[in-house]
Design a protein. Structure first.
Length: 304
């Protein structure tokens, strides 16, 4: 699907103009991919990289345009089972236009930053900036979900909650890796800023992007470390609770073993003491209770 934009009155507006300034190709069809290769002279391998979720971020310079492949969070759905994933986005910056290629339909030009758009390069940088904000928002959501799961784990030993935490930790590892890889590309952009022709405002925004990305990476690492430690602690708590439960069951089992032994002995079809005593039943019951009481006293004495 193709959506075109033009910068009008410092704002991005959807247009049908054949010579639009911004082209957004969402999950492009075969015909659209051919159009990108033939009309925009985009390399087929680079185009495929824009749609590959496992592609590493990179920055390349072609004769007619500059290519940047970067990572941004995918839209979360209930089918993902608390696993947040990342996707690749290809941004192709020409002298007079910007072409964006991505695999899924996500809102790109939203938020306070896009209330003003001064130039194609400005839109290009704000597009990258928004992806960092998207990461930060997802990190906040992951933190809230982990706290909710933690509260539920205090009331239940179900493995489902532990598996949910494992999914969140896995997501944080992917996010941290993607943010770090993006950071390398942003640093390279700053080093080669002269080749982009950034003005003073654009260069300042690029510095802000690098700082924001570094803070986002730090935040992802902190959440990942906290979640990993919490997983270890929760696993230990669940294991400890299970040990306590088994201990209680063992106490009950051992406490019943002695009276069971007494009852088994006096249940044999042989001549036994007290078999003709009128109060033999109550004497044996009392002996069984005394044996349980002695076992409990010994258990407490050993502080088991």
């Amino acid at each position: 699907m193709l959506t075109k934009y033009n910068i009008m009155d410092r704002k991005l507006c959807v247009t049908d103009d054949e010579k639009a300034q911004v082209y957004v190709f969402t999950n492009p069809t075969v015909e659209e991919q051919r159009f990108l290769v033939s009309d925009f002279q985009i390399d087929e391998h680079t185009l495929a990289s824009s749609l590959d979720p496992d592609e590493l971020p990179r920055l390349e310079f072609e004769p007619e345009h500059t290519v940047m492949i970067y990572k941004r969070p995918k839209n979360y759905s209930g089918k993902d089972q608390l696993e947040f994933k990342v996707a690749s986005v290809g941004a192709f910056l020409f002298a007079d236009k910007l072409v964006v290629v991505l695999a899924e339909d996500i809102p790109l030009f939203v938020g306070k930053r896009f209330q003003k758009a001064d130039s194609i390069k400005n839109v290009f940088l704000k597009l990258v900036y928004n992806s960092i904000s998207h990461y930060i928002e997802h990190l906040r959501i992951i933190h809230l979900i982990s706290e909710e799961i933690e509260d539920k784990m205090n009331e239940s030993m179900d493995n489902t909650y532990l598996l949910n935490l494992f999914s969140l930790e896995k997501s944080l590892v992917y996010y941290a890796e993607a943010i770090t890889a993006n950071g390398f590309v942003f640093e390279k952009m700053r080093t080669l800023a002269s080749r982009f022709g950034f003005d003073e405002n654009d260069a300042e925004m690029l510095d802000d992007i690098i700082v924001e990305n570094l803070q986002c990476k730090t935040q992802a690492d902190i959440h990942s470390n906290i979640l990993a430690q919490m997983l270890g602690a929760r696993a230990s708590i669940v294991s400890n609770n299970l040990n306590l439960l088994i201990k209680k069951l063992n106490i009950i089992t051992i406490s019943l073993m002695v009276p069971t032994l007494i009852a088994s002995i006096y249940g044999m079809n042989v001549a036994l003491p007290l078999e003709h005593h009128p109060d033999a039943f109550w004497m044996l019951m009392g002996l069984g209770l005394v044996s349980v009481w002695l076992v409990m006293i010994y258990w407490r004495h050993k502080n088991w």
